[in-house]
Design a protein around this ligand. Structure first.
Ligand code: ATP
Length: 363
Protein backbone atom coordinates (compact mmCIF):
# COMPACT_ATOMS: atom_id res chain seq x y z
CA UNK A 1 0.00 0.00 0.00
CA UNK A 2 1.38 3.39 -0.99
CA UNK A 3 0.68 6.60 0.87
CA UNK A 4 -2.95 7.57 0.75
CA UNK A 5 -4.19 10.48 -1.34
CA UNK A 6 -6.80 12.91 -0.15
CA UNK A 7 -9.72 13.99 -2.27
CA UNK A 8 -12.17 16.70 -1.21
CA UNK A 9 -15.66 15.36 -1.87
CA UNK A 10 -18.66 17.61 -2.44
CA UNK A 11 -21.68 15.49 -3.27
CA UNK A 12 -23.96 18.53 -3.44
CA UNK A 13 -27.62 18.41 -4.43
CA UNK A 14 -30.13 16.20 -6.23
CA UNK A 15 -28.61 13.48 -8.40
CA UNK A 16 -25.17 14.85 -7.44
CA UNK A 17 -25.41 12.58 -4.39
CA UNK A 18 -26.36 9.45 -6.34
CA UNK A 19 -23.77 9.86 -9.08
CA UNK A 20 -21.00 10.71 -6.57
CA UNK A 21 -21.67 7.47 -4.76
CA UNK A 22 -21.55 5.56 -8.04
CA UNK A 23 -18.24 7.21 -8.95
CA UNK A 24 -16.76 6.43 -5.53
CA UNK A 25 -17.73 2.76 -5.84
CA UNK A 26 -15.91 2.55 -9.18
CA UNK A 27 -12.89 4.46 -7.87
CA UNK A 28 -12.54 2.14 -4.89
CA UNK A 29 -12.91 -0.99 -7.01
CA UNK A 30 -10.40 0.19 -9.64
CA UNK A 31 -7.85 1.16 -6.99
CA UNK A 32 -8.26 -2.14 -5.20
CA UNK A 33 -7.76 -4.02 -8.45
CA UNK A 34 -4.54 -2.15 -9.28
CA UNK A 35 -3.23 -2.17 -5.69
CA UNK A 36 -0.88 0.58 -4.51
CA UNK A 37 -2.75 3.71 -3.63
CA UNK A 38 -5.73 4.46 -1.43
CA UNK A 39 -7.85 7.58 -1.51
CA UNK A 40 -9.27 9.07 1.64
CA UNK A 41 -12.18 11.46 1.24
CA UNK A 42 -12.71 14.68 3.11
CA UNK A 43 -16.39 15.33 2.65
CA UNK A 44 -17.40 18.98 2.43
CA UNK A 45 -21.01 20.06 2.90
CA UNK A 46 -22.10 22.53 0.23
CA UNK A 47 -24.95 23.32 -2.10
CA UNK A 48 -28.51 24.54 -2.20
CA UNK A 49 -29.79 22.04 0.37
CA UNK A 50 -27.02 23.05 2.77
CA UNK A 51 -27.81 26.73 2.11
CA UNK A 52 -31.47 26.29 2.98
CA UNK A 53 -30.52 24.67 6.29
CA UNK A 54 -27.67 26.97 7.33
CA UNK A 55 -27.74 30.17 5.24
CA UNK A 56 -24.24 29.32 3.92
CA UNK A 57 -23.51 27.75 0.53
CA UNK A 58 -20.46 25.84 1.76
CA UNK A 59 -19.34 24.81 5.25
CA UNK A 60 -17.01 27.17 7.08
CA UNK A 61 -13.47 26.69 5.80
CA UNK A 62 -14.79 24.53 2.97
CA UNK A 63 -12.98 26.41 0.19
CA UNK A 64 -9.64 26.13 1.99
CA UNK A 65 -10.18 22.44 2.79
CA UNK A 66 -10.99 21.77 -0.87
CA UNK A 67 -7.75 23.45 -1.95
CA UNK A 68 -5.65 21.48 0.53
CA UNK A 69 -6.69 18.11 -0.91
CA UNK A 70 -4.89 16.53 -3.86
CA UNK A 71 -8.02 17.01 -5.97
CA UNK A 72 -11.70 17.92 -5.65
CA UNK A 73 -14.60 15.71 -6.75
CA UNK A 74 -18.04 17.26 -7.08
CA UNK A 75 -21.44 15.70 -7.82
CA UNK A 76 -23.73 18.60 -8.74
CA UNK A 77 -24.81 21.82 -7.07
CA UNK A 78 -27.93 23.96 -7.25
CA UNK A 79 -31.70 23.59 -7.02
CA UNK A 80 -34.00 25.96 -8.92
CA UNK A 81 -36.32 26.29 -5.91
CA UNK A 82 -33.55 27.57 -3.61
CA UNK A 83 -31.98 30.89 -4.55
CA UNK A 84 -30.20 33.93 -3.19
CA UNK A 85 -32.29 37.05 -2.59
CA UNK A 86 -31.20 38.45 -6.00
CA UNK A 87 -32.60 35.39 -7.79
CA UNK A 88 -29.27 33.74 -8.70
CA UNK A 89 -28.72 30.07 -7.89
CA UNK A 90 -26.42 28.73 -5.19
CA UNK A 91 -23.03 28.15 -6.84
CA UNK A 92 -20.02 27.87 -4.50
CA UNK A 93 -18.29 25.72 -7.12
CA UNK A 94 -17.92 28.81 -9.38
CA UNK A 95 -16.00 30.40 -6.52
CA UNK A 96 -13.71 27.37 -6.32
CA UNK A 97 -13.01 27.75 -10.05
CA UNK A 98 -12.10 31.39 -9.45
CA UNK A 99 -10.08 30.95 -6.22
CA UNK A 100 -7.97 28.12 -7.63
CA UNK A 101 -7.83 29.54 -11.17
CA UNK A 102 -9.00 26.30 -12.79
CA UNK A 103 -8.37 27.57 -16.30
CA UNK A 104 -8.25 24.29 -18.24
CA UNK A 105 -11.76 22.89 -18.75
CA UNK A 106 -11.36 19.42 -20.28
CA UNK A 107 -14.46 17.91 -21.87
CA UNK A 108 -14.00 14.61 -23.67
CA UNK A 109 -16.57 13.71 -26.33
CA UNK A 110 -16.51 10.09 -27.39
CA UNK A 111 -18.95 7.84 -29.23
CA UNK A 112 -19.65 4.52 -27.52
CA UNK A 113 -21.11 1.53 -29.34
CA UNK A 114 -24.87 1.07 -28.71
CA UNK A 115 -25.11 4.55 -27.16
CA UNK A 116 -27.20 7.11 -29.07
CA UNK A 117 -25.59 8.57 -32.17
CA UNK A 118 -27.37 11.65 -33.43
CA UNK A 119 -25.75 11.69 -36.87
CA UNK A 120 -26.75 9.30 -39.63
CA UNK A 121 -23.24 9.18 -41.13
CA UNK A 122 -21.62 5.88 -40.02
CA UNK A 123 -18.34 7.68 -39.32
CA UNK A 124 -20.07 9.16 -36.26
CA UNK A 125 -19.01 6.01 -34.46
CA UNK A 126 -15.41 7.29 -34.66
CA UNK A 127 -16.05 10.54 -32.77
CA UNK A 128 -13.32 10.88 -30.16
CA UNK A 129 -12.35 14.46 -29.39
CA UNK A 130 -11.72 16.76 -26.44
CA UNK A 131 -12.91 20.31 -26.07
CA UNK A 132 -10.48 22.35 -24.00
CA UNK A 133 -12.46 25.30 -22.71
CA UNK A 134 -10.65 28.15 -20.98
CA UNK A 135 -12.63 28.52 -17.76
CA UNK A 136 -11.57 31.64 -15.86
CA UNK A 137 -11.72 34.56 -18.30
CA UNK A 138 -12.96 35.17 -21.87
CA UNK A 139 -16.53 36.46 -21.86
CA UNK A 140 -17.18 34.78 -18.50
CA UNK A 141 -14.82 37.37 -17.00
CA UNK A 142 -18.02 39.40 -16.81
CA UNK A 143 -20.22 36.58 -15.50
CA UNK A 144 -22.85 37.94 -13.13
CA UNK A 145 -21.24 36.17 -10.15
CA UNK A 146 -18.18 38.49 -10.49
CA UNK A 147 -20.20 41.73 -10.64
CA UNK A 148 -18.08 43.20 -13.47
CA UNK A 149 -20.74 44.15 -16.01
CA UNK A 150 -20.90 47.82 -16.86
CA UNK A 151 -24.49 49.00 -16.66
CA UNK A 152 -24.53 52.39 -18.41
CA UNK A 153 -28.21 53.09 -17.86
CA UNK A 154 -31.40 51.23 -18.63
CA UNK A 155 -30.52 51.45 -22.35
CA UNK A 156 -27.11 49.75 -22.43
CA UNK A 157 -25.06 47.08 -20.68
CA UNK A 158 -21.46 46.11 -21.49
CA UNK A 159 -19.73 42.82 -20.74
CA UNK A 160 -15.99 42.48 -21.25
CA UNK A 161 -14.25 39.59 -23.04
CA UNK A 162 -10.83 39.35 -21.43
CA UNK A 163 -7.88 37.42 -22.81
CA UNK A 164 -4.61 37.54 -20.84
CA UNK A 165 -1.22 36.36 -22.01
CA UNK A 166 -0.45 34.43 -18.82
CA UNK A 167 -3.64 32.33 -18.84
CA UNK A 168 -3.64 31.85 -22.62
CA UNK A 169 -0.03 30.64 -22.67
CA UNK A 170 -0.86 28.07 -19.99
CA UNK A 171 -4.04 27.05 -21.79
CA UNK A 172 -2.36 26.44 -25.16
CA UNK A 173 0.53 24.61 -23.54
CA UNK A 174 -2.00 22.41 -21.75
CA UNK A 175 -3.70 21.79 -25.12
CA UNK A 176 -0.49 20.76 -26.87
CA UNK A 177 0.49 18.50 -23.96
CA UNK A 178 -2.97 16.90 -24.05
CA UNK A 179 -2.73 16.32 -27.82
CA UNK A 180 0.71 14.76 -27.29
CA UNK A 181 -0.58 12.47 -24.54
CA UNK A 182 -3.47 11.37 -26.73
CA UNK A 183 -1.13 10.81 -29.67
CA UNK A 184 0.81 8.30 -27.58
CA UNK A 185 -2.46 6.36 -27.29
CA UNK A 186 -3.17 6.42 -31.02
CA UNK A 187 -4.99 9.72 -31.62
CA UNK A 188 -3.87 11.89 -34.57
CA UNK A 189 -2.02 14.44 -32.42
CA UNK A 190 -3.78 17.56 -33.62
CA UNK A 191 -4.72 20.75 -31.77
CA UNK A 192 -7.30 23.01 -33.43
CA UNK A 193 -7.38 26.64 -32.31
CA UNK A 194 -11.05 27.69 -32.38
CA UNK A 195 -11.49 31.47 -32.36
CA UNK A 196 -12.91 34.45 -34.20
CA UNK A 197 -9.55 35.99 -35.10
CA UNK A 198 -10.96 37.49 -38.29
CA UNK A 199 -13.16 39.87 -36.32
CA UNK A 200 -11.89 40.44 -32.76
CA UNK A 201 -8.49 41.77 -31.65
CA UNK A 202 -8.75 39.69 -28.47
CA UNK A 203 -9.19 36.56 -30.60
CA UNK A 204 -6.28 37.47 -32.88
CA UNK A 205 -4.22 37.73 -29.68
CA UNK A 206 -5.50 34.29 -28.60
CA UNK A 207 -4.37 32.86 -31.95
CA UNK A 208 -1.03 34.68 -31.88
CA UNK A 209 -0.20 33.06 -28.53
CA UNK A 210 -1.30 29.67 -29.91
CA UNK A 211 1.25 30.12 -32.74
CA UNK A 212 4.00 31.08 -30.29
CA UNK A 213 3.44 27.99 -28.14
CA UNK A 214 3.05 25.74 -31.20
CA UNK A 215 6.72 26.19 -32.07
CA UNK A 216 7.58 24.10 -28.96
CA UNK A 217 5.47 21.19 -30.25
CA UNK A 218 6.62 20.27 -33.77
CA UNK A 219 5.19 16.75 -33.29
CA UNK A 220 1.62 18.11 -33.01
CA UNK A 221 -0.35 19.15 -36.09
CA UNK A 222 -1.65 22.71 -35.87
CA UNK A 223 -5.06 23.61 -37.22
CA UNK A 224 -7.40 26.63 -37.08
CA UNK A 225 -11.12 27.09 -37.29
CA UNK A 226 -13.42 30.06 -36.76
CA UNK A 227 -16.00 29.24 -34.13
CA UNK A 228 -18.99 29.51 -36.50
CA UNK A 229 -17.34 27.14 -38.98
CA UNK A 230 -16.45 24.87 -36.04
CA UNK A 231 -20.14 24.60 -35.08
CA UNK A 232 -20.89 23.51 -38.64
CA UNK A 233 -17.96 21.08 -38.70
CA UNK A 234 -19.02 19.47 -35.42
CA UNK A 235 -22.12 18.36 -37.27
CA UNK A 236 -20.51 17.76 -40.67
CA UNK A 237 -17.23 16.02 -39.77
CA UNK A 238 -16.69 15.72 -36.00
CA UNK A 239 -14.68 12.51 -36.45
CA UNK A 240 -11.84 14.55 -37.99
CA UNK A 241 -11.03 16.49 -34.80
CA UNK A 242 -8.73 15.59 -31.93
CA UNK A 243 -8.32 18.42 -29.37
CA UNK A 244 -10.07 21.79 -29.78
CA UNK A 245 -8.81 24.72 -27.69
CA UNK A 246 -11.10 27.70 -27.25
CA UNK A 247 -12.24 30.73 -25.28
CA UNK A 248 -14.62 30.25 -22.35
CA UNK A 249 -17.97 31.19 -23.92
CA UNK A 250 -17.26 29.42 -27.23
CA UNK A 251 -16.25 26.32 -25.27
CA UNK A 252 -19.39 26.49 -23.16
CA UNK A 253 -21.61 26.38 -26.24
CA UNK A 254 -19.59 23.95 -28.36
CA UNK A 255 -19.19 21.42 -25.56
CA UNK A 256 -22.95 21.09 -25.10
CA UNK A 257 -23.37 20.70 -28.85
CA UNK A 258 -20.63 18.08 -28.97
CA UNK A 259 -22.02 16.28 -25.91
CA UNK A 260 -25.33 16.00 -27.70
CA UNK A 261 -23.65 14.23 -30.63
CA UNK A 262 -22.76 11.22 -28.49
CA UNK A 263 -25.78 10.87 -26.23
CA UNK A 264 -26.60 13.55 -23.71
CA UNK A 265 -25.73 15.13 -20.39
CA UNK A 266 -25.37 11.80 -18.65
CA UNK A 267 -22.20 11.13 -20.68
CA UNK A 268 -20.59 14.57 -20.30
CA UNK A 269 -17.49 14.23 -18.12
CA UNK A 270 -15.51 17.28 -17.10
CA UNK A 271 -12.19 18.19 -15.51
CA UNK A 272 -11.26 21.74 -14.48
CA UNK A 273 -7.56 21.98 -13.90
CA UNK A 274 -5.35 24.76 -12.53
CA UNK A 275 -1.70 25.02 -11.54
CA UNK A 276 -2.25 23.59 -8.04
CA UNK A 277 -5.41 21.52 -8.04
CA UNK A 278 -8.19 20.14 -10.22
CA UNK A 279 -11.94 19.85 -9.83
CA UNK A 280 -13.70 16.88 -11.40
CA UNK A 281 -17.43 16.77 -11.93
CA UNK A 282 -20.05 15.64 -14.42
CA UNK A 283 -21.00 18.57 -16.68
CA UNK A 284 -24.70 18.09 -15.90
CA UNK A 285 -26.61 19.70 -13.06
CA UNK A 286 -28.55 18.27 -10.12
CA UNK A 287 -31.50 17.24 -12.38
CA UNK A 288 -34.23 17.81 -9.75
CA UNK A 289 -36.80 16.25 -12.10
CA UNK A 290 -35.26 12.80 -11.53
CA UNK A 291 -33.63 13.15 -8.11
CA UNK A 292 -34.12 10.41 -5.55
CA UNK A 293 -35.60 8.11 -8.22
CA UNK A 294 -32.55 5.97 -9.08
CA UNK A 295 -32.90 7.20 -12.67
CA UNK A 296 -29.71 9.25 -13.16
CA UNK A 297 -27.09 8.05 -15.59
CA UNK A 298 -23.90 7.91 -13.46
CA UNK A 299 -21.48 7.60 -16.40
CA UNK A 300 -20.54 11.30 -16.63
CA UNK A 301 -19.54 11.20 -12.96
CA UNK A 302 -17.74 7.88 -13.35
CA UNK A 303 -15.80 9.09 -16.41
CA UNK A 304 -14.95 12.28 -14.50
CA UNK A 305 -13.55 10.10 -11.71
CA UNK A 306 -11.33 8.39 -14.30
CA UNK A 307 -10.11 11.84 -15.43
CA UNK A 308 -9.29 12.56 -11.78
CA UNK A 309 -7.18 9.40 -11.54
CA UNK A 310 -5.25 10.43 -14.67
CA UNK A 311 -4.65 13.85 -13.16
CA UNK A 312 -3.52 12.39 -9.83
CA UNK A 313 -1.23 9.92 -11.61
CA UNK A 314 0.66 12.78 -13.18
CA UNK A 315 0.47 15.17 -10.23
CA UNK A 316 1.72 12.66 -7.66
CA UNK A 317 3.84 10.53 -9.99
CA UNK A 318 1.90 7.30 -9.40
CA UNK A 319 1.61 5.44 -12.72
CA UNK A 320 -0.62 2.76 -11.10
CA UNK A 321 -3.38 5.37 -11.00
CA UNK A 322 -3.28 5.52 -14.79
CA UNK A 323 -3.96 1.78 -14.85
CA UNK A 324 -6.93 2.31 -12.56
CA UNK A 325 -8.27 5.07 -14.84
CA UNK A 326 -7.80 2.79 -17.84
CA UNK A 327 -9.79 0.04 -16.09
CA UNK A 328 -12.75 2.36 -15.56
CA UNK A 329 -12.66 3.62 -19.16
CA UNK A 330 -12.42 0.07 -20.47
CA UNK A 331 -15.32 -1.11 -18.29
CA UNK A 332 -17.54 1.67 -19.70
CA UNK A 333 -16.48 0.90 -23.27
CA UNK A 334 -16.96 -2.84 -22.88
CA UNK A 335 -20.24 -2.31 -21.05
CA UNK A 336 -21.64 -0.51 -24.08
CA UNK A 337 -19.97 -2.76 -26.65
CA UNK A 338 -21.48 -5.88 -25.00
CA UNK A 339 -24.80 -4.11 -24.50
CA UNK A 340 -24.53 -4.70 -20.77
CA UNK A 341 -25.01 -1.01 -19.91
CA UNK A 342 -28.42 0.31 -20.91
CA UNK A 343 -29.08 3.59 -19.03
CA UNK A 344 -32.68 4.77 -18.65
CA UNK A 345 -31.49 8.10 -20.08
CA UNK A 346 -31.07 6.41 -23.46
CA UNK A 347 -34.31 4.46 -23.32
CA UNK A 348 -32.72 1.48 -21.61
CA UNK A 349 -33.86 -0.36 -18.51
CA UNK A 350 -31.05 0.38 -16.03
CA UNK A 351 -31.12 2.97 -13.27
CA UNK A 352 -28.16 4.45 -11.44
CA UNK A 353 -27.54 1.48 -9.19
CA UNK A 354 -27.98 -1.14 -11.90
CA UNK A 355 -25.47 0.60 -14.20
CA UNK A 356 -23.02 0.90 -11.32
CA UNK A 357 -23.39 -2.77 -10.34
CA UNK A 358 -22.83 -3.91 -13.92
CA UNK A 359 -19.71 -1.78 -14.25
CA UNK A 360 -18.34 -3.22 -11.01
CA UNK A 361 -18.90 -6.70 -12.40
CA UNK A 362 -17.17 -5.77 -15.66
CA UNK A 363 -14.28 -4.28 -13.76
P1 ATP B 1 -27.45 23.22 -14.40
O1 ATP B 1 -27.84 24.62 -14.79
O2 ATP B 1 -27.00 23.10 -12.98
O3 ATP B 1 -26.53 22.56 -15.38
P2 ATP B 1 -29.91 22.25 -15.53
O4 ATP B 1 -31.24 22.20 -14.83
O5 ATP B 1 -29.71 23.20 -16.63
O6 ATP B 1 -28.78 22.36 -14.42
P3 ATP B 1 -29.50 19.45 -15.57
O7 ATP B 1 -29.70 19.40 -14.11
O8 ATP B 1 -28.23 18.93 -16.09
O9 ATP B 1 -29.61 20.88 -16.16
O10 ATP B 1 -30.73 18.71 -16.27
C1 ATP B 1 -31.13 18.94 -17.61
C2 ATP B 1 -31.93 17.76 -18.10
O11 ATP B 1 -31.05 16.67 -18.35
C3 ATP B 1 -32.98 17.27 -17.11
O12 ATP B 1 -34.14 16.89 -17.75
C4 ATP B 1 -32.32 16.10 -16.46
O13 ATP B 1 -33.23 15.13 -16.02
C5 ATP B 1 -31.42 15.54 -17.56
N1 ATP B 1 -30.19 14.97 -16.98
C6 ATP B 1 -29.13 15.65 -16.52
N2 ATP B 1 -28.20 14.83 -16.04
C7 ATP B 1 -28.68 13.58 -16.19
C8 ATP B 1 -28.18 12.28 -15.88
N3 ATP B 1 -26.99 12.10 -15.29
N4 ATP B 1 -28.94 11.21 -16.19
C9 ATP B 1 -30.14 11.36 -16.77
N5 ATP B 1 -30.65 12.55 -17.10
C10 ATP B 1 -29.95 13.65 -16.82
Amino acid sequence: MGQSLQVALIKGDGIGVDVSEAALALLDAALQKTGQTRISYREIAAGAGYFSETGRDIETGGEQAAGQADAIFLGAIGLPTIRHADGTEISPHLRLRDIYQLYAGVRPVRAYPNAPQRLADPRARDIDLVILRESTEGLFYSAAVHGRSEVIDDQEVRDVLRITRSTTEKLHRFGFELARKRKQRGSPGKLTCVDKANVFVSMAFFRQIYDEIASDYPDITTDYNYVDAQALDLIRRPWEFDVLVTENMFGDILSDLAGGLVGGMGMAACAEIGDHTGLFQPAHGSAPDIMGADRANPLAAILSAALMLEYLAQKTDRPALLDAAGLIDAAVYQGFAQNRIRPLEFGGNMGTRAVTRELLTLL
